[in-house]
Design a protein around this ligand. Structure first.
Ligand SMILES: Cc1cc2nc3c(=O)[nH]c(=O)nc-3n(C[C@H](O)[C@H](O)[C@H](O)COP(=O)(O)O)c2cc1C
Length: 218
């Protein structure tokens, strides 16, 4: 695909079909993403691609935790404390937390998608060592974006979600991640369920006006 088509087509998918991605294709995407830049070429990331029975078992326990009302406690937990600066808070209030689902009284679409791990059949869990500088979080973000663009280039769909790392102890158990790694992010990779309402483009959220984020200083 042309880069501009891949890039402009980058939207998240909140419901996948049951079709699995081939193991070869998954490995190819991650392998290519290793080209990503990182501080001093430190490459702090590791990828645990969870699929099949391991993912089914993880999803079962994840859904049970939600039923039991267990509060999310991501390793990057402060994101949910909503201790944000006023600048991103305004985006959250006007377009982030209030996704178009909410404007359309369809919050259950968003919630159900998250609570079922988007029916993802293949999930890449991304870690960095617990002993990491903030730069490694930055590096992990770059790496994640590479994975997503490369997956889109293969004709796949993507779903980056902190909700899938809400219970890091479950991810550690089923993905076989050691205690000294931080479970940073999860990216569902797969085929979009085109019949799912939650994936309707009318729910795509807009971006801030360019003038709000850009300043040319001479
Ligand atoms: C770090 C990160 C975490 C996210 N976590 C979630 C999540 O837990 N649940 C969810 O539904 N969407 C999640 N998203 C998707 C964003 O809500 C989405 O990218 C944003 O609303 C813009 O929509 P678009 O990518 O379709 O344009 C996450 C995105 C990122 C980059």
């Amino acid at each position: 695909m042309k880069f501009k088509d891949v890039y402009s087509g980058e939207r998240v998918t909140r419901k996948f079909s049951n079709r699995k991605v081939s193991e070869k294709m998954l490995a190819r995407v991650i392998n290519k993403a290793q080209q990503s830049p990182s501080l001093l070429n430190s490459q702090p990331w590791r990828v645990y691609m969870v699929t099949g029975d391991a993912l089914s078992n993880l999803r079962k326990d994840f859904e049970q935790n939600i039923k039991d009302g267990i509060k999310p406690h991501e390793d990057f937990a402060t994101i949910l404390s909503l201790n944000w600066d006023a600048y991103p808070s305004q985006s959250l209030a006007t377009m982030g937390a209030s996704q178009p689902y909410f404007f359309n009284n369809k919050s259950e679409l968003f919630t159900n998608a998250n609570d079922t791990m988007f029916n993802a059949q293949d999930v890449a869990f991304l870690t960095i060592p617990k002993a990491s500088p903030a730069w490694s979080v930055f590096d992990l973000g770059i790496f994640a974006q590479s994975i997503m663009l490369l997956a889109l280039d293969e004709g796949l769909s993507i779903m980056p979600a902190h909700s899938m790392v809400s219970y890091p102890e479950l991810v550690r158990k089923y993905a076989q991640i050691s205690e000294d790694e931080l479970v940073g992010m999860a990216i569902g990779i797969g085929y979009k369920d085109n019949s799912a309402e939650v994936n309707d483009p009318k729910y795509y959220p807009p971006r801030l006006p360019f003038e709000k984020i850009y300043k040319l200083v001479k």
